[in-house]
Ligand binder design. Structure first.
Ligand code: ADP
Ligand code: MG
Length: 395
């Protein structure tokens, strides 16, 4: 068990909080989606209410180690202040930490909230430079990890600071560790993993790790065609990971050896070209036309997969079943999302596109947990230790 912000008596203590305020901005520098800011509010409010002096830090975009106005966190400070309905002290230093910032932080009263400038204005941040880590750590008494999206990186603000002050998790990280961690290491069975998305190569390590743990493994999306190829099927113009056909064959064999029930789609929706308006045809997997490409799983596969989901007690899903961005090829992904929403199993969704699909189809509040970190959630599912999680103290 990891220590959380509930395990600290905050009264008068300085909480140095690593947030993920890496929000999209438009050409005018306005925030177009503040989901990530809103997600951090419960932790920030809790700390403030408990009497902590709250010092927030984040990166934004890729300023590449030098100050650039267009990547300033100033708009985030304004939005935070609006959302919390209280003033935020924006410590606008191009050096992120300097004497002025130290002085300003010293003047904070319990409950006050400050925001530092974009951490990546300093090249030392991504280098995990000890002096920069120490300078950041000097601003706080306790480090609060609240940025899952960068927890797989060992940067000064995500890992280095914890060499100097104790680290605990905020509410977002607590949830990620609980749901992703428990699903993989301590699942209620049957445990089913659903893998999809464009390429096998992105997900090999995840599949290998999950094959050690799951009862059933469902494969869909673009990667299914590399598995088909490994089975000796013709796949027409479907997306293929040529160099990974043997890897796919190896995974099929490993599933057999481990007694994992491997479910591959039995039919597919094909298109004449990569377009929503293309001519379509649903065929069994042995009959993919040479001049067409597979874009989604077919109705027989949907039935097969949804009945496996109905029996599951834990499901981890990463990667859409088809080209869900095109309505003509969204049915498979939608059906899986719906089956998860209707099931009372623990359902954990990792991966940016899968999360977007679940949101888009309106099932986001009917699944157990949607992970906020794309790369970080994949590394978690690969069974790796994330540096930003490893630094958090155990109870
Ligand atoms: P996630 O972000 O959830 O991890 P990925 O990034 O691995 O998922 O894959 C998502 C992409 O895979 C989507 O853009 C989707 O269009 C694409 N995809 C799914 N099925 C196919 C297919 N049959 N052919 C080509 N692309 C596909
Ligand atoms: Mg993706």
């Amino acid at each position: 068990m990891k220590k959380t912000i509930r395990d600290i008596d905050w009264n008068g203590k300085r909480a140095l909080v690593r947030c993920d305020f890496n929000v999209p901005l438009n050409d005018e520098g306005l925030i177009t989606d503040d989901t990530r800011i809103k997600a951090a509010l419960p932790t920030i409010q809790y700390l403030s209410e408990q009497g902590a002096k709250v010092i927030l830090m984040s990166h934004l975009g890729r300023p590449k180690g030098e100050p650039k106005d267009e990547f300033s966190l100033a708009p985030v400070a304004v939005r935070l202040s609006d959302l919390l309905d209280m003033p935020i002290m924006f410590a606008a230093s191009d050096d992120v930490v300097d004497e002025g910032v130290v002085d300003a932080v010293e003047k904070l009263e319990p409950g006050d909230i400050a925001l530092l400038e974009n951490l990546r204005f300093r090249k030392e941040e991504e280098k995990n430079d000890p002096d920069f880590s120490k300078a950041l750590a000097g601003l706080g008494d306790v480090f609060v990890q609240e940025a899952f999206g960068t927890a797989h990186r060992a940067h000064a603000s995500t890992a280095g600071v914890a060499d100097y002050i104790p680290a605990v998790s905020g509410f977002l990280i607590e949830k990620e560790v609980k749901f992703l961690g428990d699903a993989v290491s301590n699942p209620e069975r049957p445990f089913v993993a659903i893998m999809g998305g464009a390429k096998v190569s992105d997900k090999i390590l995840v599949i290998e790790n999950l094959l050690e743990k799951v009862d059933s493994l469902i494969i869909g999306g673009g990667m299914m065609f590399t598995f088909y190829k490994a089975m000796g099927l013709e796949i027409g113009k479907s997306i293929l990971d040529e160099e990974h056909v043997e890897v796919a064959a190896g995974l099929i064999k490993k599933a057999e050896e481990k007694g994992v029930n491997l479910l591959l789609p039995v039919d597919t929706v094909c298109a004449s070209e990569f377009s929503n308006d293309a001519e379509k045809k649903t065929v069994d997997r042995e009959e993919i036309p040479a001049d067409m490409m597979g874009m989604d799983i077919g109705p027989k596969s949907i039935e097969l997969f949804t009945s496996a989901i109905k029996e599951a007690k834990t499901v981890v899903w990463n990667g859409p079943m088809g080209v869900f961005e095109m309505p003509s090829f969204a049915e498979g992904t939608k059906a899986v999302a719906k089956a998860l929403a209707e099931s009372d199993c623990v359902s954990v969704i990792g991966g940016g596109d899968s999360a977007a699909a679940v949101e888009q189809f309106g099932f986001a509040d009917k699944v157990t947990h949607i992970s906020t970190g794309g790369g970080a959630s994949l590394e978690f599912l690969e069974g790796k230790t994330l540096p930003g999680i490893a630094v958090i103290q155990d109870i």
